[in-house]
Structures are given as structure tokens and as C-alpha cells.
Design a protein around this ligand. Structure first.
Ligand code: ZN
Ligand code: ZN
Length: 281
């Protein structure tokens, strides 16, 4: 059954490793997890540590049906799943899509994650219904009148980007992604994000960090700079750009300072904030 709602909410915005503490309490320290509610369907992109909070938020609404869409299987995108409480409760239904990253898939990763000697309980503890499916980048999924397009993003082992289309509104989540070197544009990326109403995009590094002027050079690590994210959003006619996958050492004050400078460059740019809900309609 469709309805007019179209929103998403960040439950985790941090990249690579959780970074809780007084210096990150405003933007948040949990790793990546984004709830998307569109056309009467519940989706969730990734199961980083933020998925624990998402699960707690769902408890009052059980039983639920949620489609999980995995970008890839790196730790910061899967490590919250063992603590997603609705998995433990009978009556819920979860459909979990992932690609085959480096030959692996989400089911295999969860089985490894939840096994001795690294974890005390196995997936047998999950009493809800879990169904696993596999995607090839480029696949188009439809859920009633919601279309979800997918693409391959440049990241070690490959990443799937997701583009949600419902009526005349478009939301794209594209992280983890590394831009081409220098001032070139990733033409496929620009096409994928074209005319998005909201783009949630990898913007882990500053230019100086990426090039090695501050700390080690990060080229080839699989993440974009804020400048590159904005350059691609400009080229694609994106209406609102939200910078995502914050570097683990980036404090709230540093994000404030960077955000103020980037606003001069493009007025619609903000850094993602844990707990923030953004309505497209
Ligand atoms: Zn990541
Ligand atoms: Zn990654």
C-alpha cells in the first residue's frame, strides 16, 4: 500500500569506526545507518552501529517489515546488526539485499561476525524472518510505486549506491565513494545522482588530508573530499547536498568550521547529523 511519505533519517553518520565522546556528541559517533521511509515501504541502508538506535526506535511499532539495502560489507556498515533488537523478536520480516563484494555476501559476513571466538551468540538467536537476496550493480528494484536504482561506486571491493525515486522526488545515497584524481569528474557518478532532490554523499576528507598535506595521503582509500562531493553535486544539478561518512577524528567544532566554509561555496551543503530526519515531501 502506497502513501505520500518520503523521508530518511540518519542513525549513524560516522565512517570507519565508532567515535563516541564529548567531541562528537552533536554530529554523532555511530557508524553508518540510514532509515528510508517512502511510498509506505520501510528501507534501511546499512547496519553500522547506528542500526541499534534504529532498532530501538522500531520496538513500539512491531511487528515490522524492513528491506535492508547494503552498500558493502566493511565493518563500519555491518557491525551493529548483532544489536538490532527487532531481529530477536518473532513476527518481524526482514529482506536483506547485498552485492557479492570480493566474493562475500552479507549472510556469510553475519555468520562470521556472530560466532565464537569473536561473539557469544550465533544467528540462531534471531527469531524474526530473515530473507537474503543478492544484487548486481545496475539492478533496478521496484516496491509498489517506489523505484530503487543501483550502481557500482569506486571503493575497494566495490560499493552499491542507491537512488530512490517516488513520484517527482529523488533521494540518492552514495557512500563509500572515491572521486577521480585532480579535477576530473566521475561521469557515471554524475549521471547516477543527476537532478536528485537530496544527495547523501561520501565527503570524508579535506583536500589537505586527501593529498597528504595533513597526515598521510589518503588517495586510494576509497573516500571522497568535501570539494569533490560538491563538484559532482554541482555538475549533476543536485538540489541539496548532505556530506556523510565523517572522518573518525573530526570533532563537532571542526565540522562546524568546515561546514561554514563550504556554505560559501554552495549554500545548500550541510554535514549529516545523527538523528536528523529529512523530509522530501
Ligand atoms: Zn565506510
Ligand atoms: Zn568501505
Amino acid at each position: 500500500m502506497s502513501d505520500g511519505r518520503f523521508y530518511f533519517r540518519y542513525w549513524g553518520v560516522r565512517g570507519s569506526i565508532p567515535a563516541p565522546g564529548p567531541d562528537t556528541s552533536r554530529y554523532g559517533g555511530n557508524t553508518t545507518c540510514i532509515e528510508v521511509d517512502v511510498g509506505g515501504h520501510r528501507f534501511c541502508i546499512d547496519g553500522g552501529t547506528g542500526v541499534r538506535l534504529y532498532g530501538n526506535n522500531l520496538l513500539e511499532e512491531l511487528p515490522v517489515q524492513v528491506t535492508f539495502l547494503m552498500t558493502h560489507l566493511h565493518w563500519d556498515h555491518v557491525q551493529g546488526f548483532p544489536f538490532f533488537t527487532p531481529f530477536l523478536v518473532p513476527g518481524n520480516e526482514f529482506h536483506i539485499y547485498s552485492g557479492h563484494h570480493n566474493g562475500g555476501n552479507i549472510l556469510g559476513v553475519l555468520q562470521q561476525l556472530m560466532a565464537q571466538p569473536a561473539f557469544p551468540i550465533s544467528m540462531d538467536a534471531f527469531q524474526s524472518e530473515l530473507k537474503f537476496d543478492f544484487l548486481e550493480p545496475g539492478d533496478v528494484l521496484t516496491f509498489g510505486d517506489v523505484t530503487v536504482r543501483t550502481t557500482l561506486l569506486n571503493h575497494p571491493g566495490g560499493v552499491i549506491g542507491y537512488r530512490f525515486e517516488h513520484g517527482d522526488k529523488v533521494f540518492v545515497h552514495a557512500s563509500d565513494w572515491e572521486h577521480p584524481s585532480d579535477d576530473e569528474l566521475d561521469a557515471d557518478f554524475v549521471e547516477f545522482i543527476r537532478n536528485a532532490d537530496v544527495l547523501s554523499v561520501d565527503a570524508t576528507y579535506t583536500e589537505k588530508e586527501y593529498l597528504g598535506a595533513e597526515g598521510p595521503a589518503r588517495k586510494g582509500w576509497g573516500h571522497a573530499t568535501q570539494e569533490a562531493a560538491i563538484r559532482h553535486a554541482d555538475a549533476a544539478g543536485v538540489k541539496r547536498t548532505i556530506l556523510f561518512h565523517h572522518e573518525q577524528a573530526r570533532s563537532d567544532d571542526a565540522l562546524d568550521e568546515l561546514g561554514a566554509a563550504l556554505k560559501q561555496r554552495r549554500a545548500d551543503v550541510t554535514f549529516a547529523v545523527e538523528g536528523e530526519r529529512i523530509d522530501l515531501r
